[in-house]
Design a protein around this ligand. Structure first.
Ligand SMILES: Nc1ncnc2c1ncn2[C@@H]1O[C@H](COP(=O)(O)OP(=O)(O)OP(=O)(O)O)[C@@H](O)[C@H]1O
Length: 282
């Protein structure tokens, strides 16, 4: 049972409306109802005669009406944003080999501002066209192991015989400057990051539309030997099972790169609009 209060102004020209307010149910043996402080405040203000008569909406100009509302409510209307400023977000993009992680990320880089794409350190050899400091930080195995010793990496792993790791300092610097962070990791890396970051980051699993398409793409890329390809394909089959540990799945279908990128953007946008935002501390 809810109690309903109906407030009507005695002077229709001052308050030409009815105010109906619901109070929460009255406890059975409670002697006095004590409405919440906010409710009592607004009731007392509303029932008090206004200090400034509110002019007719048809005749007065807008600012006059607004000033009268402010005077009646006892404070001026704030221009501060009502929604809190979104926090920097960490987006982890992962998926089996050959699903198009690099392709999606490089397109995202072109279409979206305020994102920092973390450059991973790796001990693997540079592929044709790759640029040091842009695609990866190419370092020797020894240099990589020194970074591990100094605890400079958020996460690192040995992937197909090569080390890969995420430099912590880079993530911290860009988050401090208000950037959202995109981390591109393999499944093993995503699992480690999930353990470290838990729900403070958003995890996106990228897949091809089918296993057959994924294999076609890997073969066509011509960056691995047939032995390496076989290992990647067998691993990819296994890795698809990890999808359930992610927050979102994005299909990067053949010829539909743009659609996949738009979906990743939509995920970022909706994360930024959440009332309770993720908050990562690195
Ligand atoms: N939507 C798409 N349609 C057609 N080809 C695509 C699409 N997305 C990616 N590709 C192509 O598929 C191949 C594999 O993509 P990419 O190298 O981005 O995969 P990856 O997930 O980063 O792989 P790895 O983990 O092995 O580095 C590339 O040749 C890329 O150009």
């Amino acid at each position: 049972m809810f109690r309903r209060l109906l407030l009507c102004s005695s002077s229709p020209s001052l308050f030409p409306f009815k105010l109906s307010i619901s109070l929460s149910p009255r406890p059975l043996f409670s002697p006095i109802i004590s409405p919440t402080p906010r409710l009592s405040l607004s009731l007392s203000r509303m029932s008090r005669p206004p200090s400034v008569p509110i002019p007719s909406l048809d005749k007065a100009d807008r600012s006059e009406v607004i000033r009268a509302f402010e005077a009646t409510l006892g404070s001026s209307f704030s221009s501060e944003p009502i929604a809190p400023t979104p926090r920097p977000l960490i987006v982890v993009i992962s998926g089996p080999s050959g699903v198009g992680k690099d392709a999606v990320i490089s397109r995202l880089r072109e279409v979206r501002n305020n994102l920092h794409f973390v450059v991973t350190a790796t001990s693997r050899a540079k592929r044709p066209g790759e640029v040091h400091g842009k695609d990866y930080y190419f370092v020797s195995k020894d240099e990589f192991l020194t970074m591990v010793e100094r605890n400079e990496l958020l996460e690192h792993a040995l992937v197909y015989g090569d080390y890969k790791g995420i430099p912590k300092q880079q993530v911290r610097e860009y988050m401090a400057r208000g950037y959202d962070i995109v981390l591109r990791v393999d499944i093993q890396g995503a699992q480690t990051l999930r353990r470290i970051l838990r729900d403070s980051a958003v995890f996106v699993f990228l897949v091809a539309e089918s296993e057959a398409k994924m294999v076609e793409r890997l073969v066509e890329r011509r960056t691995e030997s047939k032995e390496e390809l076989l290992v990647r394909i067998a691993t990819a089959r296994e890795e698809v099972r990890h999808m359930r540990n992610f927050d979102y799945v994005v299909v990067n279908a053949d010829g539909e790169l743009e659609r996949a990128v738009r979906l990743v953007e939509a995920i970022i946008d909706s994360e930024k609009a959440k009332v309770r935002q993720r908050s990562a501390v690195i």
